[in-house]
Design a protein around this ligand. Structure first.
Ligand code: NAP
Ligand code: HSE
Length: 433
Protein backbone atom coordinates (compact mmCIF):
# COMPACT_ATOMS: atom_id res chain seq x y z
CA UNK A 1 0.00 0.00 0.00
CA UNK A 2 1.27 3.45 -0.92
CA UNK A 3 1.94 5.90 1.89
CA UNK A 4 -0.01 9.15 2.05
CA UNK A 5 1.89 12.33 2.92
CA UNK A 6 0.51 15.68 3.97
CA UNK A 7 1.83 18.90 2.51
CA UNK A 8 1.43 22.44 3.82
CA UNK A 9 2.16 25.64 1.92
CA UNK A 10 3.54 28.92 3.17
CA UNK A 11 2.49 31.24 0.34
CA UNK A 12 0.19 30.71 -2.63
CA UNK A 13 1.60 33.17 -5.17
CA UNK A 14 3.10 32.68 -8.64
CA UNK A 15 5.24 29.63 -7.86
CA UNK A 16 2.99 27.91 -5.31
CA UNK A 17 -0.04 28.17 -7.59
CA UNK A 18 1.99 26.42 -10.29
CA UNK A 19 2.84 23.64 -7.84
CA UNK A 20 -0.79 23.43 -6.73
CA UNK A 21 -2.03 23.18 -10.34
CA UNK A 22 0.25 20.29 -11.23
CA UNK A 23 -0.18 18.40 -7.96
CA UNK A 24 -3.97 18.80 -8.03
CA UNK A 25 -4.76 18.55 -11.73
CA UNK A 26 -2.49 15.58 -12.48
CA UNK A 27 -3.01 13.71 -9.23
CA UNK A 28 -3.00 10.16 -10.66
CA UNK A 29 0.13 10.66 -12.74
CA UNK A 30 1.95 12.64 -10.06
CA UNK A 31 1.26 10.23 -7.22
CA UNK A 32 2.44 7.36 -9.43
CA UNK A 33 5.62 9.18 -10.44
CA UNK A 34 6.32 10.52 -6.95
CA UNK A 35 5.68 7.13 -5.37
CA UNK A 36 3.17 8.21 -2.74
CA UNK A 37 -0.32 9.53 -2.27
CA UNK A 38 -0.51 13.06 -0.93
CA UNK A 39 -2.88 15.68 0.32
CA UNK A 40 -2.49 19.44 0.59
CA UNK A 41 -3.67 20.02 4.13
CA UNK A 42 -3.10 23.72 4.81
CA UNK A 43 -2.22 26.82 2.80
CA UNK A 44 -1.10 29.98 4.53
CA UNK A 45 -1.33 33.33 2.73
CA UNK A 46 -1.10 36.95 3.78
CA UNK A 47 -4.64 37.77 2.61
CA UNK A 48 -7.08 34.85 2.44
CA UNK A 49 -9.72 36.98 0.66
CA UNK A 50 -7.46 37.70 -2.33
CA UNK A 51 -8.66 36.17 -5.64
CA UNK A 52 -6.28 33.47 -6.99
CA UNK A 53 -5.75 31.54 -10.22
CA UNK A 54 -6.49 28.28 -8.42
CA UNK A 55 -9.46 27.45 -6.28
CA UNK A 56 -8.45 26.53 -2.76
CA UNK A 57 -11.04 25.07 -0.38
CA UNK A 58 -11.66 27.80 2.22
CA UNK A 59 -11.33 25.32 5.10
CA UNK A 60 -7.63 24.75 4.33
CA UNK A 61 -6.77 28.44 3.86
CA UNK A 62 -5.27 30.28 6.82
CA UNK A 63 -3.51 33.56 7.54
CA UNK A 64 -1.67 32.02 10.48
CA UNK A 65 1.59 30.37 9.38
CA UNK A 66 1.77 28.40 12.64
CA UNK A 67 -1.23 26.41 11.37
CA UNK A 68 1.26 25.01 8.83
CA UNK A 69 4.62 24.81 10.57
CA UNK A 70 3.33 23.49 13.91
CA UNK A 71 0.60 21.29 12.41
CA UNK A 72 1.39 17.76 13.65
CA UNK A 73 -0.30 16.21 10.59
CA UNK A 74 1.95 17.95 8.06
CA UNK A 75 5.04 16.09 6.79
CA UNK A 76 6.32 18.58 4.21
CA UNK A 77 6.26 22.37 4.36
CA UNK A 78 6.65 24.19 1.03
CA UNK A 79 8.02 27.64 1.83
CA UNK A 80 7.10 29.72 -1.21
CA UNK A 81 6.45 33.07 0.45
CA UNK A 82 9.86 34.76 -0.04
CA UNK A 83 11.62 37.29 2.20
CA UNK A 84 14.24 36.52 4.80
CA UNK A 85 13.41 36.97 8.48
CA UNK A 86 9.77 35.81 8.66
CA UNK A 87 10.40 32.93 6.28
CA UNK A 88 13.48 31.89 8.25
CA UNK A 89 11.60 31.95 11.57
CA UNK A 90 8.94 29.67 10.10
CA UNK A 91 11.39 27.32 8.36
CA UNK A 92 13.28 27.03 11.65
CA UNK A 93 10.09 26.06 13.50
CA UNK A 94 9.17 23.53 10.81
CA UNK A 95 12.62 21.90 10.89
CA UNK A 96 12.67 21.86 14.68
CA UNK A 97 9.29 20.07 14.53
CA UNK A 98 10.92 17.38 12.36
CA UNK A 99 9.31 18.40 9.09
CA UNK A 100 10.87 18.37 5.64
CA UNK A 101 11.08 21.84 4.14
CA UNK A 102 11.04 22.56 0.42
CA UNK A 103 11.99 26.13 -0.41
CA UNK A 104 12.64 28.27 -3.50
CA UNK A 105 13.88 31.12 -1.35
CA UNK A 106 17.45 31.95 -2.36
CA UNK A 107 17.49 35.20 -0.35
CA UNK A 108 16.76 33.26 2.84
CA UNK A 109 19.30 30.57 1.97
CA UNK A 110 22.02 33.10 1.23
CA UNK A 111 21.46 34.96 4.51
CA UNK A 112 20.57 32.03 6.77
CA UNK A 113 21.78 28.90 4.98
CA UNK A 114 24.42 28.09 7.60
CA UNK A 115 21.86 28.17 10.44
CA UNK A 116 19.24 26.30 8.41
CA UNK A 117 21.58 23.41 7.63
CA UNK A 118 22.67 23.25 11.27
CA UNK A 119 19.08 23.09 12.52
CA UNK A 120 18.22 20.43 9.92
CA UNK A 121 21.26 18.36 10.89
CA UNK A 122 20.24 18.38 14.57
CA UNK A 123 16.85 16.79 13.87
CA UNK A 124 16.94 13.30 12.43
CA UNK A 125 13.70 13.66 10.45
CA UNK A 126 14.18 17.23 9.28
CA UNK A 127 15.59 18.08 5.85
CA UNK A 128 15.76 21.05 3.54
CA UNK A 129 15.47 20.80 -0.24
CA UNK A 130 15.95 23.87 -2.44
CA UNK A 131 16.29 22.92 -6.11
CA UNK A 132 14.05 25.82 -7.22
CA UNK A 133 16.24 28.40 -5.49
CA UNK A 134 18.79 28.47 -8.35
CA UNK A 135 18.22 28.35 -12.10
CA UNK A 136 14.40 27.98 -12.01
CA UNK A 137 13.59 24.68 -13.72
CA UNK A 138 17.21 23.60 -14.29
CA UNK A 139 18.11 20.76 -11.89
CA UNK A 140 21.40 22.48 -11.09
CA UNK A 141 21.56 21.65 -7.38
CA UNK A 142 21.21 17.95 -8.18
CA UNK A 143 23.80 18.28 -10.94
CA UNK A 144 26.41 19.78 -8.62
CA UNK A 145 25.51 17.66 -5.59
CA UNK A 146 25.01 14.31 -7.28
CA UNK A 147 25.95 14.09 -10.96
CA UNK A 148 29.23 15.96 -10.45
CA UNK A 149 29.99 14.70 -6.94
CA UNK A 150 33.42 13.38 -7.99
CA UNK A 151 34.63 16.81 -9.12
CA UNK A 152 36.28 19.90 -7.72
CA UNK A 153 35.19 23.10 -9.41
CA UNK A 154 37.63 25.69 -10.70
CA UNK A 155 34.96 27.80 -12.35
CA UNK A 156 31.19 28.11 -12.33
CA UNK A 157 29.74 30.97 -14.31
CA UNK A 158 26.55 31.82 -16.07
CA UNK A 159 23.22 33.55 -16.18
CA UNK A 160 21.17 33.08 -13.01
CA UNK A 161 18.47 35.70 -13.32
CA UNK A 162 15.60 35.23 -15.77
CA UNK A 163 14.31 38.79 -15.41
CA UNK A 164 17.64 40.41 -16.31
CA UNK A 165 18.29 38.05 -19.18
CA UNK A 166 14.79 38.70 -20.53
CA UNK A 167 15.37 42.46 -20.27
CA UNK A 168 18.87 42.42 -21.83
CA UNK A 169 17.66 40.19 -24.68
CA UNK A 170 14.77 42.46 -25.56
CA UNK A 171 16.81 45.65 -25.11
CA UNK A 172 19.25 44.34 -27.70
CA UNK A 173 16.57 43.10 -30.10
CA UNK A 174 14.17 46.01 -29.86
CA UNK A 175 16.41 48.92 -28.97
CA UNK A 176 14.18 49.54 -25.96
CA UNK A 177 14.92 50.79 -22.44
CA UNK A 178 14.91 48.36 -19.52
CA UNK A 179 12.05 50.12 -17.72
CA UNK A 180 9.65 49.45 -20.61
CA UNK A 181 10.48 45.72 -20.70
CA UNK A 182 10.34 45.25 -16.93
CA UNK A 183 6.53 45.57 -17.10
CA UNK A 184 6.31 42.47 -19.32
CA UNK A 185 8.69 40.52 -17.08
CA UNK A 186 6.38 41.32 -14.13
CA UNK A 187 3.29 40.20 -16.04
CA UNK A 188 5.04 36.91 -16.86
CA UNK A 189 5.74 36.25 -13.15
CA UNK A 190 9.54 36.46 -13.40
CA UNK A 191 10.22 39.44 -11.13
CA UNK A 192 10.83 39.39 -7.36
CA UNK A 193 8.35 41.21 -5.11
CA UNK A 194 11.16 43.80 -4.75
CA UNK A 195 12.26 44.31 -8.37
CA UNK A 196 15.57 45.90 -7.38
CA UNK A 197 16.72 42.47 -6.18
CA UNK A 198 16.68 41.41 -9.84
CA UNK A 199 17.88 44.60 -11.52
CA UNK A 200 20.72 45.34 -9.09
CA UNK A 201 22.18 41.82 -9.22
CA UNK A 202 21.25 40.87 -5.64
CA UNK A 203 19.02 37.95 -6.65
CA UNK A 204 21.83 36.60 -8.82
CA UNK A 205 24.21 37.03 -5.88
CA UNK A 206 21.84 35.07 -3.60
CA UNK A 207 21.87 32.23 -6.14
CA UNK A 208 25.65 32.46 -6.56
CA UNK A 209 25.96 32.08 -2.77
CA UNK A 210 23.92 28.85 -2.91
CA UNK A 211 26.00 27.49 -5.81
CA UNK A 212 29.28 28.49 -4.12
CA UNK A 213 28.15 26.64 -1.00
CA UNK A 214 27.21 23.55 -2.98
CA UNK A 215 30.53 23.60 -4.82
CA UNK A 216 32.93 24.70 -2.08
CA UNK A 217 31.16 24.26 1.26
CA UNK A 218 31.37 27.91 2.30
CA UNK A 219 28.55 30.43 2.63
CA UNK A 220 29.77 33.67 1.06
CA UNK A 221 27.96 36.76 2.39
CA UNK A 222 26.98 39.48 -0.09
CA UNK A 223 29.57 41.85 1.44
CA UNK A 224 32.35 39.52 0.25
CA UNK A 225 31.16 39.56 -3.37
CA UNK A 226 31.61 42.10 -6.15
CA UNK A 227 28.02 42.92 -7.18
CA UNK A 228 26.64 45.21 -9.85
CA UNK A 229 23.41 45.03 -11.84
CA UNK A 230 22.12 46.05 -15.24
CA UNK A 231 20.77 49.56 -14.59
CA UNK A 232 23.67 51.33 -16.32
CA UNK A 233 24.00 49.06 -19.36
CA UNK A 234 23.23 51.27 -22.36
CA UNK A 235 21.98 50.43 -25.83
CA UNK A 236 25.25 51.90 -27.16
CA UNK A 237 27.24 49.40 -25.04
CA UNK A 238 25.21 46.61 -26.64
CA UNK A 239 25.95 47.89 -30.14
CA UNK A 240 29.67 48.17 -29.33
CA UNK A 241 29.60 44.62 -27.91
CA UNK A 242 27.97 43.17 -31.01
CA UNK A 243 30.37 44.93 -33.38
CA UNK A 244 33.27 43.60 -31.31
CA UNK A 245 32.08 39.98 -31.22
CA UNK A 246 30.51 39.97 -27.72
CA UNK A 247 27.12 40.00 -26.01
CA UNK A 248 26.36 41.62 -22.67
CA UNK A 249 24.93 39.28 -20.03
CA UNK A 250 24.47 39.63 -16.28
CA UNK A 251 26.90 36.98 -15.15
CA UNK A 252 27.58 35.24 -11.85
CA UNK A 253 31.14 33.98 -11.60
CA UNK A 254 32.53 31.67 -8.93
CA UNK A 255 36.24 31.17 -9.49
CA UNK A 256 38.41 28.92 -7.37
CA UNK A 257 42.13 28.35 -7.24
CA UNK A 258 42.11 24.68 -6.27
CA UNK A 259 45.79 24.72 -5.27
CA UNK A 260 45.61 27.62 -2.81
CA UNK A 261 41.98 26.83 -1.85
CA UNK A 262 40.83 30.36 -2.50
CA UNK A 263 37.72 31.51 -4.27
CA UNK A 264 35.95 34.63 -5.46
CA UNK A 265 32.30 35.27 -6.16
CA UNK A 266 31.14 38.10 -8.39
CA UNK A 267 27.98 39.27 -10.15
CA UNK A 268 28.20 41.84 -12.91
CA UNK A 269 27.24 42.65 -16.47
CA UNK A 270 29.99 41.13 -18.62
CA UNK A 271 31.03 40.83 -22.24
CA UNK A 272 30.81 37.19 -23.30
CA UNK A 273 32.31 36.18 -26.66
CA UNK A 274 29.57 35.27 -29.13
CA UNK A 275 31.30 31.90 -29.50
CA UNK A 276 30.45 31.10 -25.85
CA UNK A 277 27.26 29.06 -25.58
CA UNK A 278 26.22 31.11 -22.53
CA UNK A 279 26.25 34.29 -24.64
CA UNK A 280 23.58 32.75 -26.86
CA UNK A 281 21.15 31.89 -24.07
CA UNK A 282 18.39 34.46 -24.29
CA UNK A 283 15.07 35.64 -22.87
CA UNK A 284 14.09 34.06 -19.53
CA UNK A 285 16.54 31.19 -19.98
CA UNK A 286 19.42 30.69 -17.54
CA UNK A 287 22.71 28.95 -18.30
CA UNK A 288 25.36 27.60 -15.96
CA UNK A 289 28.79 26.49 -17.22
CA UNK A 290 30.66 24.35 -14.73
CA UNK A 291 34.31 23.30 -14.98
CA UNK A 292 34.91 20.11 -13.00
CA UNK A 293 38.42 18.70 -12.67
CA UNK A 294 37.30 15.24 -13.83
CA UNK A 295 34.46 15.92 -16.21
CA UNK A 296 35.69 19.14 -17.84
CA UNK A 297 33.02 21.65 -18.81
CA UNK A 298 29.32 20.87 -18.62
CA UNK A 299 26.65 23.46 -19.42
CA UNK A 300 23.05 23.52 -18.17
CA UNK A 301 20.34 25.58 -19.85
CA UNK A 302 16.67 26.05 -19.06
CA UNK A 303 13.96 28.46 -18.03
CA UNK A 304 15.26 30.39 -15.06
CA UNK A 305 12.00 31.87 -13.78
CA UNK A 306 8.25 31.66 -14.20
CA UNK A 307 5.46 29.57 -12.78
CA UNK A 308 5.73 26.22 -14.52
CA UNK A 309 9.52 25.96 -14.71
CA UNK A 310 9.86 26.76 -11.02
CA UNK A 311 7.00 24.43 -10.10
CA UNK A 312 8.88 21.66 -11.92
CA UNK A 313 11.85 22.11 -9.56
CA UNK A 314 9.65 22.38 -6.44
CA UNK A 315 7.84 19.15 -7.35
CA UNK A 316 11.21 17.44 -7.86
CA UNK A 317 12.03 18.41 -4.27
CA UNK A 318 8.66 17.11 -3.09
CA UNK A 319 9.55 13.84 -4.82
CA UNK A 320 12.86 13.73 -2.89
CA UNK A 321 10.94 14.50 0.29
CA UNK A 322 8.64 11.53 -0.38
CA UNK A 323 11.64 9.29 -0.94
CA UNK A 324 13.12 10.46 2.30
CA UNK A 325 9.82 9.85 4.12
CA UNK A 326 9.62 6.41 2.50
CA UNK A 327 12.92 5.81 4.32
CA UNK A 328 14.88 5.22 1.17
CA UNK A 329 18.25 6.78 1.96
CA UNK A 330 18.72 9.69 -0.40
CA UNK A 331 21.70 11.96 -0.65
CA UNK A 332 21.38 14.89 1.72
CA UNK A 333 21.11 18.05 -0.30
CA UNK A 334 24.02 19.81 1.27
CA UNK A 335 27.65 20.39 0.44
CA UNK A 336 29.38 17.08 0.89
CA UNK A 337 32.93 18.30 0.45
CA UNK A 338 33.55 21.35 2.62
CA UNK A 339 37.02 22.42 1.55
CA UNK A 340 37.92 25.20 4.01
CA UNK A 341 38.29 27.63 1.15
CA UNK A 342 39.09 31.25 1.94
CA UNK A 343 38.17 34.29 -0.11
CA UNK A 344 40.55 35.83 -2.65
CA UNK A 345 41.57 39.43 -2.11
CA UNK A 346 40.68 41.93 -4.84
CA UNK A 347 44.30 42.02 -6.02
CA UNK A 348 44.14 38.26 -6.64
CA UNK A 349 41.08 38.40 -8.93
CA UNK A 350 42.19 38.93 -12.52
CA UNK A 351 40.10 40.15 -15.42
CA UNK A 352 40.29 42.36 -18.45
CA UNK A 353 37.83 45.21 -18.65
CA UNK A 354 35.73 47.40 -20.94
CA UNK A 355 35.58 50.96 -19.63
CA UNK A 356 33.20 53.71 -20.79
CA UNK A 357 33.80 57.32 -19.76
CA UNK A 358 32.06 60.56 -20.60
CA UNK A 359 34.75 63.27 -20.74
CA UNK A 360 35.20 66.95 -21.60
CA UNK A 361 36.14 67.12 -25.27
CA UNK A 362 39.43 68.98 -24.78
CA UNK A 363 43.03 68.68 -25.91
CA UNK A 364 45.09 66.18 -23.92
CA UNK A 365 42.20 64.28 -22.28
CA UNK A 366 43.14 60.92 -23.79
CA UNK A 367 46.66 61.29 -22.41
CA UNK A 368 45.27 62.10 -18.94
CA UNK A 369 43.04 59.01 -18.97
CA UNK A 370 45.95 56.83 -20.11
CA UNK A 371 48.13 58.32 -17.38
CA UNK A 372 45.63 57.52 -14.60
CA UNK A 373 45.36 53.95 -15.86
CA UNK A 374 49.14 53.66 -16.10
CA UNK A 375 49.44 54.86 -12.48
CA UNK A 376 47.49 51.73 -11.56
CA UNK A 377 49.55 49.52 -13.87
CA UNK A 378 46.66 49.06 -16.26
CA UNK A 379 47.58 48.57 -19.88
CA UNK A 380 45.14 49.69 -22.58
CA UNK A 381 44.33 47.24 -25.35
CA UNK A 382 41.92 49.24 -27.53
CA UNK A 383 40.79 52.83 -27.36
CA UNK A 384 38.01 54.68 -29.19
CA UNK A 385 36.56 58.13 -28.91
CA UNK A 386 32.94 58.65 -29.94
CA UNK A 387 30.84 61.74 -30.48
CA UNK A 388 28.53 62.72 -27.63
CA UNK A 389 25.16 64.43 -28.21
CA UNK A 390 26.62 67.47 -26.33
CA UNK A 391 29.32 68.87 -28.56
CA UNK A 392 31.66 69.79 -25.66
CA UNK A 393 31.69 66.21 -24.43
CA UNK A 394 32.91 62.90 -25.81
CA UNK A 395 32.65 59.21 -24.98
CA UNK A 396 35.85 57.30 -24.44
CA UNK A 397 35.57 53.55 -24.74
CA UNK A 398 38.56 51.40 -24.01
CA UNK A 399 39.45 47.85 -23.16
CA UNK A 400 42.31 46.78 -20.93
CA UNK A 401 44.72 43.88 -20.90
CA UNK A 402 44.48 41.58 -17.88
CA UNK A 403 44.65 43.46 -14.61
CA UNK A 404 43.08 42.88 -11.23
CA UNK A 405 39.97 44.07 -9.38
CA UNK A 406 41.96 46.25 -6.97
CA UNK A 407 43.77 48.14 -9.74
CA UNK A 408 40.59 48.77 -11.74
CA UNK A 409 38.59 49.90 -8.73
CA UNK A 410 41.36 52.32 -7.64
CA UNK A 411 41.70 53.62 -11.21
CA UNK A 412 37.92 54.15 -11.45
CA UNK A 413 37.97 56.15 -8.19
CA UNK A 414 40.70 58.42 -9.58
CA UNK A 415 38.86 58.80 -12.88
CA UNK A 416 35.61 59.66 -11.11
CA UNK A 417 37.41 62.33 -9.09
CA UNK A 418 39.11 63.85 -12.15
CA UNK A 419 37.47 67.14 -13.24
CA UNK A 420 37.46 66.11 -16.92
CA UNK A 421 35.42 62.92 -16.30
CA UNK A 422 31.70 63.64 -16.29
CA UNK A 423 30.14 60.26 -15.43
CA UNK A 424 30.70 57.46 -12.96
CA UNK A 425 33.05 55.23 -14.97
CA UNK A 426 31.10 52.24 -16.29
CA UNK A 427 32.90 48.91 -16.55
CA UNK A 428 32.15 45.48 -17.96
CA UNK A 429 34.32 42.44 -17.26
CA UNK A 430 35.47 40.69 -20.43
CA UNK A 431 35.18 36.92 -20.46
CA UNK A 432 37.20 34.55 -22.60
CA UNK A 433 40.41 36.63 -22.61
P1 NAP B 1 4.66 35.82 -4.86
O1 NAP B 1 3.90 35.63 -6.12
O2 NAP B 1 4.86 37.21 -4.35
O3 NAP B 1 3.91 34.96 -3.73
C1 NAP B 1 4.22 35.06 -2.37
C2 NAP B 1 3.13 34.36 -1.57
O4 NAP B 1 3.50 34.34 -0.20
C3 NAP B 1 1.77 35.04 -1.65
O5 NAP B 1 0.76 34.07 -1.74
C4 NAP B 1 1.66 35.80 -0.31
O6 NAP B 1 0.33 35.89 0.17
C5 NAP B 1 2.45 34.88 0.59
N1 NAP B 1 3.07 35.60 1.71
C6 NAP B 1 4.04 36.55 1.65
N2 NAP B 1 4.36 36.96 2.88
C7 NAP B 1 3.58 36.25 3.74
C8 NAP B 1 3.42 36.25 5.15
N3 NAP B 1 4.17 37.02 5.93
N4 NAP B 1 2.54 35.39 5.67
C9 NAP B 1 1.79 34.58 4.90
N5 NAP B 1 1.89 34.55 3.55
C10 NAP B 1 2.77 35.39 2.99
O7 NAP B 1 6.10 35.15 -4.96
P2 NAP B 1 6.62 34.03 -5.97
O8 NAP B 1 7.05 34.69 -7.24
O9 NAP B 1 5.69 32.90 -6.01
O10 NAP B 1 7.98 33.61 -5.23
C11 NAP B 1 7.95 32.82 -4.08
C12 NAP B 1 9.39 32.40 -3.74
O11 NAP B 1 9.94 31.67 -4.81
C13 NAP B 1 10.35 33.57 -3.49
O12 NAP B 1 11.30 33.18 -2.53
C14 NAP B 1 11.03 33.73 -4.84
O13 NAP B 1 12.31 34.32 -4.74
C15 NAP B 1 11.14 32.29 -5.27
N6 NAP B 1 11.24 32.04 -6.70
C16 NAP B 1 10.40 32.66 -7.56
C17 NAP B 1 10.47 32.36 -8.91
C18 NAP B 1 9.57 33.02 -9.92
O14 NAP B 1 9.80 32.82 -11.11
N7 NAP B 1 8.56 33.76 -9.52
C19 NAP B 1 11.40 31.44 -9.37
C20 NAP B 1 12.26 30.80 -8.44
C21 NAP B 1 12.15 31.13 -7.11
P3 NAP B 1 -0.80 36.75 -0.62
O15 NAP B 1 -1.00 36.02 -1.92
O16 NAP B 1 -2.01 36.69 0.26
O17 NAP B 1 -0.23 38.12 -0.79
N1 HSE C 1 13.25 36.85 -10.10
C1 HSE C 1 13.95 35.64 -10.35
C2 HSE C 1 14.52 35.68 -11.76
C3 HSE C 1 13.03 34.47 -10.20
O1 HSE C 1 14.07 36.51 -12.56
O2 HSE C 1 15.43 34.91 -12.07
C4 HSE C 1 13.74 33.15 -10.34
O3 HSE C 1 14.57 32.91 -9.26
Amino acid sequence: MKAKYKIGFLGMGTVAQGVWKHLAQNYELMSRKLGADYEITKVCVRDASKPREVSIPPEILTENPLDVVLNPEIDIVCELMGGVETAFGLVKKALESGKIVVSANKAMLCEKGGEIFEIAAKNERAEIFFEASVGGGIPIIKAVNEGLVANRFSSIYGILNGTCNYILTRMERENASYESILKDAKRLGYVEADESLDIDGIDTAHKAAVLAYMAHGRWVPLKDMIISGIRNVSLEDMVWAKESGYRIKLVASIKADLASKKMSVGVYPALLPLTDVVANVNEVYNAVAIDGDLVGRTVYIGRGAGQNATASAVIADISDAFESLNSKPIRQTSATTATNVSMMELKEINNSFFLRLCVKDEIGILAKVASILANHKISIELLEQKRHQNKDEAWIILTTHQTNELCISEACKDLENADFVLNKPFILRIFGD
